[in-house]
Design a protein around this ligand. Structure first.
Ligand code: SAM
Ligand code: DTB
Ligand code: SF4
Length: 350
């Protein structure tokens, strides 16, 4: 099996993106099957732990203080409320709990509180992820010491297009935070948004930047823009669904080991489009009725979709086996049980 590459060129990425659709999906599936169980989907549940009034001006975001989007601002949630929601997410079958805060960067007293949340969620046997804006090396280390598994920090688009979307921070700021997170030994969750008016070249360049980082992000969320009234991108032209799937397929080919997440925007996608995204190599979703402030498909609908496709949620408990208290938890679908006893993938051992 070929080792993941870190020397991708823009020309190569653009050529993949432009392949005939059947050829692109075939290649993405070959890579997907070489590294992953193509029937398994990792389930992450999101919770906004601090909502709205963000000083940044990201043109897509309902939580920026600069846009009138009707989002109700909320201070940092109390620890118990967060643990309660994490328990519910675990009961619904999630394996990762992602806590998001509408900050430019966290203040020391806030970070201490988030660290306590991370410890509490981890004790439930869930993987932990936070997205808190920019962090320094010592802040990333503080989160690592609390037991954090993943830090989400998206590059969102190409460096060339970034200035069209955000003016209050630079691309280099984002890269610096990713460096601090990686240096602390945290898993990196980093991806982008499709449908902000960017060109295919911008999409290819974003994927080149991600794939040429010193390590591939362990998790790559590919979001479709959620059009939120009041934001500057509220009326952005809708993206061709096949182009969205192409982006997922190219991400899968360029970052074979990563979890590629079919992220925001699923509420406006058909079941058939989501199935196509899985065929293109997506193997993770946000699971739960809400993203941060906007909607997401019902849990029951997602479970039914996976069952109809003969797919299954990644088993709970793989992450922190030592402290796993979930023996009584049933797999999300019957097929998850059989998957647990299936022979190892030929490729997973190659
Ligand atoms: N404030 C922190 C930051 O920007 O890193 C963390 C929270 S922020 C809401 C996390 C990510 O959500 C953004 O980087 C962006 O990729 C995604 N996001 C926000 N609004 C979105 C929208 N309307 N559609 C799709 N993705 C969105
Ligand atoms: C990511 O890439 N997408 C998530 C998560 N990381 C933090 C956020 C999506 C937000 C969609 C709009 C909202 O609900 O705020
Ligand atoms: Fe703030 Fe993050 Fe929204 Fe940008 S994406 S406005 S940094 S919450």
């Amino acid at each position: 099996m070929l080792e993941p590459r870190h020397d991708w060129t823009l020309a190569e990425a653009e050529a993949l993106y432009a392949l005939p659709f059947p050829e692109l999906l075939f290649r993405a599936q070959q890579v997907h099957r070489a590294w992953h169980d193509p029937a398994a989907v990792q389930m992450s549940t999101l919770l906004s732990i601090k909502t709205g009034a963000c000083p940044e001006d990201c043109a897509y975001c309902p939580q920026s203080v600069r846009f009138d989007t009707g989002v109700a601002n909320e201070a940092l949630l109390p620890l118990e409320a967060v643990i309660e929601r994490a328990r519910a997410a675990r009961a619904a079958g999630a394996t990762r709990f992602c806590m998001g805060a509408a900050w430019r960067s966290p203040k020391p007293k806030d970070l201490e509180k988030v660290a306590a949340m991370v410890r509490g969620v981890r004790e439930l046997g869930l993987e932990t992820c936070v997205t808190l804006g920019m962090v320094s090396g010592p802040q990333a280390q503080q989160l690592k010491d609390a037991g954090l598994d993943y830090y989400n920090h998206n590059l969102d688009t190409s460096e060339a297009y970034y200035g069209e979307i955000i003016s209050t921070r630079s691309y280099q700021d984002r890269l610096d935070t990713l460096g601090a997170v990686r240096a602390a030994g945290l898993n990196v969750c980093c991806g982008g948004i499709i449908g902000m008016g960017e060109s295919p070249r911008d999409r290819a360049q974003l994927l080149v930047t991600l794939a040429n980082l010193p390590e591939h992000p362990q998790s790559v969320p590919i979001n479709q823009l959620v059009h939120v009234p009041g934001t500057p991108l509220a009326d952005a032209a809708p993206v061709d669904p096949f182009d969205f799937v192409r982006t997922i397929a190219v991400a899968r080919i360029m970052m074979p080991r990563a979890q590629v997440r079919l992220s925001a925007g699923r509420e406006s996608m058909s079941d058939e489009l989501q199935a196509l995204a899985f065929l293109a190599g997506a193997n993770s979703i946000f699971y739960g009725e809400k993203l941060l402030v906007t909607g997401n498909p019902d849990v029951a609908h997602d479970r039914a979709l996976l069952a109809r496709l003969g797919m299954h949620a990644e088993a709970q408990g793989a992450a922190h086996a030592a402290q796993q208290p979930t023996a009584a938890q049933a797999p999300v679908t019957a097929s998850a049980a059989s998957a647990a006893s299936a022979p190892p993938l030929q490729s997973a051992t190659a």
